[in-house]
Design a protein around this ligand. Structure first.
Ligand code: G16
Length: 542
């Protein structure tokens, strides 16, 4: 085996964001770009000699080439065994599961999640630690530090490894173990949910539609929903992973999963609809004629999880990211369990899950998950919903009505302003930050400001502090406005404005944009969004 040592120099801007390093695909394809970052991961985790690492991803454009480069670098840096999903595929939750099941030292996932794929779209690389979860900030900081000092990397000179089917090969001294990407994950799901009840539900004529958005979840959904649960062929649509996700935006929300929305809002709609994103960790839930927002979904699942066998003993606690609505807090309070508020980013749930403080976690960005892996998990959320529906024998719409009647409705919407000039976006945040001390007591859009601060998280498990995690303004009557800049965009800045308001008495129907009109006006009044972004309306409102 010939190992080449390639001299290189640091490349600016390789700082991992909310979820790994995401850049334009053409940036990743530049000379040394991928290699520098991968060698920096190896350095940042203290070297990889003798270690076992998992490798996979959502199969987007450039992933095949990148996987071969990474395998050659793993071999050259002394990795003992690489466990790779056949075809280079592994959904993010399946990768997390594999790392845990095989007691690997971590894994590299090639994905830019819900961002589009293709030569002119986005690519990403993230590292997950031995617990199966996204690397914590201490590790991503070490990786970033390594990117700024790198002088060389090593790579073996070899033919491409055959990743087409399960089997074992050698690349120099390293074993390349190619595994079925679906089987272990599907087996895990069978341990958590009542598959007999689900088979009976579906066999009884309950109609399901799952939109895989041409992304990685297709093979997983087909195996679980169609093969193991007996749903008719065609239940899973857009189920073949494509390098460019069929030219779409694999983001399961009412805007990007319009086709599914239209199907579910039509008269002859199926009973249950769901979608997942590029790498299979996000989910969207719908019933006939009803869309369940991610924050509400987290609250409903927290209230009902005990109905599934894997959670029959109850939940240790719940956690949500700060911008996620406080609907789950109301459920946790009623159940008498702790509810933690963490910064945006699944990595912040890891310590709470590892310490057994929480069982369920979720985010407004369409992520829900539990302690079964250390990532959010799209199909898991779908199966838990189905399990709840099977036990409760209610429609999705009825479950939502009953939930709101009991806990009240936390109206919620997120407004995104994408590709905004970074300096203007930062200027808006700076100006608002400066006003925070004076805001409490002021009246905005008819409501009194009760509290205003910039969120700082003190991890109760490892004692670390993460500051600058978004501005939150709490208004009387259950209103709240949160503003932060996204950490997953690849162009300019994305300003996210999260709007929430509480209604305690029914009727609960209506359009969230109408119910939140007061909050929307208050946000504009406080932050001057139109002027700073140059936009009259958000690019995406979900
Ligand atoms: C990632 C993170 C999530 C986060 C989301 C949005 O999701 O894993 O924890 O909520 O990005 O982050 P931001 O608001 O900074 O763009 P994914 O599905 O893209 O990996």
């Amino acid at each position: 085996m010939r190992i080449e040592t390639v001299p290189t120099t640091p490349i600016a801007g390789q700082k991992p964001g909310t979820s790994g390093l995401r850049k334009k695909t053409r940036v990743f394809m530049k000379r040394h770009y991928l290699e520098n970052f991968v060698a920096s991961i190896f350095a940042g985790i203290g070297g990889v000699r003798g270690r076992t690492l998992v490798l996979g991803g959502d199969g987007r454009y450039f992933a095949k080439e990148a996987a071969q480069v990474i395998l050659r670098m793993m071999a050259a840096h002394g990795v003992a065994r690489a466990i790779v999903g056949a075809g280079g595929l592994l959904s993010t939750p399946a990768a997390s599961n594999l790392i845990r099941q095989r007691a690997a030292d971590g894994g590299i996932i090639l994905s830019a999640s819900h961002n589009p794929g293709g030569p002119d779209a986005d690519f990403g690389v993230k590292f997950n630690a031995a617990n199966g979860g996204p690397a914590p900030e201490s590790v991503t900081d070490a990786i970033f530090a390594a990117t700024r000092e790198i002088e060389e990397y090593r790579i073996v000179v070899a033919e491409d490894a055959d990743l087409s089917a399960p089997g074992e090969h050698r690349l120099g001294d390293m074993v390349v173990e190619v595994v079925d990407p679906v089987a272990d994950y599907a087996d895990l799901m069978e341990t958590l949910f009542d598959f007999d009840a689900l088979r009976a539900l579906i066999g009884g004529g309950f109609r399901v539609r799952f939109d895989a958005m041409h992304a990685v979840t297709g093979p997983y959904a087909r195996e679980i929903l169609e093969n193991r649960l007996g749903a008719p062929e065609g239940t899973v649509v857009n189920g073949t992973p494509r390098e460019d996700f069929g030219g779409g935006h694999p983001d399961p929300n009412p805007v990007w999963a319009r086709e599914l929305m239209d199907t579910m809002l039509a008269e002859d709609a199926p009973d249950f609809g769901a979608a997942s994103d590029g790498d299979g960790d996000r989910n969207m839930i719908l019933g006939r004629g009803v869309y369940v927002g991610p924050s509400d979904s987290l609250a409903v699942l927290t209230a009902n999880a005990h109905l599934a066998p894997g959670y029959a003993d109850g939940l240790a606690g719940a956690a949500r990211s700060m911008p996620t609505s406080r609907a789950v807090d109301r459920v946790a309070a009623a159940k008498g369990i702790d509810c933690y508020e963490t910064p945006t980013g699944w990595k912040f749930f890891g310590n709470l899950l590892d310490a057994g403080r929480v069982t369920i976690c979720g985010e407004e960005s369409a992520g829900t998950g539990s302690d079964h892996v250390r990532e959010k998990d799209g199909l898991w959320a779908v199966l838990l919903w189905l399990n709840v529906l099977a036990v409760r024998e209610r429609s999705v719409a009825e479950i939502m009505e009953e939930h709101w009647a009991r806990y009240g409705r936390n109206w919620y919407s997120r407004h995104d302003y994408e590709g905004v000039d970074a300096e203007s976006a930062e200027g808006l945040m700076r100006a608002l930050r400066a006003r925070l001390p004076d805001l409490p007591g002021e009246t905005v859009a008819g409501r009194t400001v009760e509290a205003a601060d910039e969120f700082s998280y003190h991890d109760p498990v490892d004692g670390s502090t993460s500051s600058g995690q978004g501005i939150r303004i709490v208004l009387g009557g259950g209103g709240r406005i949160v503003l932060r800049l996204s950490g997953t965009g690849t162009e300019g800045a994305t300003l996210r404005v999260y709007l929430e308001d509480l209604q305690e008495e029914g009727p609960f129907g209506g359009d969230p944009q109408d119910a939140l009109a007061g909050m929307i006006a208050a946000a504009e009044g406080l932050a001057g969004i139109r002027e700073a972004t140059g936009r009259d309306a958000p690019d995406v409102a979900t």
